[in-house]
Design a protein around this ligand. Structure first.
Ligand code: PEP
Ligand code: MN
Length: 351
């Protein structure tokens, strides 16, 4: 993709309430955050899980957003989920749109939105799909690019999980990092509000996003979060937004100082040596796995033995706990090792 660099400032800030609730509310928040944010956000059509929840004020909110722009000078942004939303927002001269997580999952909706935008090159931000499928996220970006949108950005808002988590949506930071690897010129904005689901985590998530060199933050900000009609637990007050922005540490990408650079490179050298040893160990392990497969074949027993696998996992988790490293990392690692061990053994059985 050949994208325009429409986001220069870092961190680029998008703030405003989850939902527009009244014109007075929007103007009140906008007035308080106008010198802290680059763009003012507010949802007017809200995709809610439960049909009895507040589903947004709808079309009349567009006029309120226009007034925010006229009275504060802030650029405005809202969520579009259908071609009709796009038409109405374009008519109301909303400056930027985002496509929500529940829309990104559906290529039909994304294509419909893309068609409605053909020939209009305004900034479009695409949230990750609800579940962690990077291809769907990339596909949505490509659909918008194909109709001529070159001011594209991604919004990382975390992923639904069945596992228990302190967060509403699991961050799975590796996914936006992989997206960035595939599209180096694509800005990525972190939405700590929807990841957290709880205002007390907004700062730490924002700091991680900055440390991962993300381009900006979208933070839900409400004049009185406890009274908000949607996402009340995760919204913060304008004053808290100011504190978070003041306390964020923005680190440099690389050292200008040669000595520090040398020190870093020395430590990286040690990492490379360790990684080399890990790969050599995996090589030896694979050799052993092949011997075992041969042995099983000659003696006519099955490849996969569940008790043995549970035992491996148990032993390695015990070791992880004893030496104090994350046993989840060890479990994940051994799942991959085990997967390839089965593949190797199956190949031998077939030959
Ligand atoms: C929102 O930004 O208010 C929203 C509905 O977001 P998401 O699509 O990430 O759930
Ligand atoms: Mn919200």
């Amino acid at each position: 993709m050949n994208l325009e660099r429409f986001i220069q400032k870092k961190p680029f800030i998008i703030a405003g309430p989850c939902s527009a609730e009244s014109e007075f509310q929007l103007l009140q928040i906008a007035e308080e955050i106008k010198d802290k944010t680059d763009v003012f956000r507010a949802g007017i059509w809200k995709p809610r899980t439960n049909p009895n929840s507040f589903e947004g004020v709808g079309e009349k909110g567009l006029q309120w957003l226009q007034n925010v722009h006229h009275l504060t000078g802030l650029k405005t942004m809202t969520e579009v989920a259908t071609a009709r939303h796009v038409e109405l927002c374009l008519k109301a001269e909303i400056d930027m749109f985002w496509i929500g997580a529940r829309t990104t999952v559906n290529p039909f909706y994304v294509q419909e939105i893309a068609e409605a935008l053909r020939g209009v090159n305004i900034p479009i931000f695409i949230k990750n799909p609800i579940h962690p499928e990077i291809a769907l996220w990339a596909g949505a970006l490509e659909r918008l690019y194909n109709v001529g949108i070159t001011k594209l950005a991604a919004i990382h808002r975390g992923f639904f999980t069945y596992e228990s988590s302190v967060f509403r949506n699991e961050p799975k930071w590796e996914i936006p990092i992989e997206l960035k690897r595939n599209y180096p010129e694509l800005p990525i904005i972190c939405d700590p509000s929807h990841i957290a689901g709880d205002s007390s985590f907004i700062f730490e998530l924002s700091q991680i996003a900055m440390d991962l060199d993300m381009n900006g933050l979208m933070v839900e900000t409400h004049q009185s979060p406890k009274d908000a009609l949607s996402d009340s637990r995760q919204q913060i007050k304008p004053k808290e937004l100011q504190e978070i922005l003041n306390n964020l540490i923005l680190r440099k990408r690389r050292f200008e100082d040669n000595q520090l650079n040398n020190e870093l490179n020395k430590m990286r050298g040690w990492i490379d040596e360790l990684d080399e040893q890990i790969v050599e160990l995996l090589h030896s392990r694979t050799d052993l796995v092949m011997n075992i497969a041969d042995f099983k074949l000659k003696n006519n027993i099955t490849i996969f033995q569940l008790e043995r696998w549970y035992n491996i996992l148990k032993l390695r988790k015990q070791q992880a706990n004893e030496i104090g490293i994350d046993d989840k990392m060890i479990t994940d690692l051994f799942e991959v090792i085990h997967k390839y061990s089965i593949i190797t053994q199956t190949k031998i059985m077939k030959n």
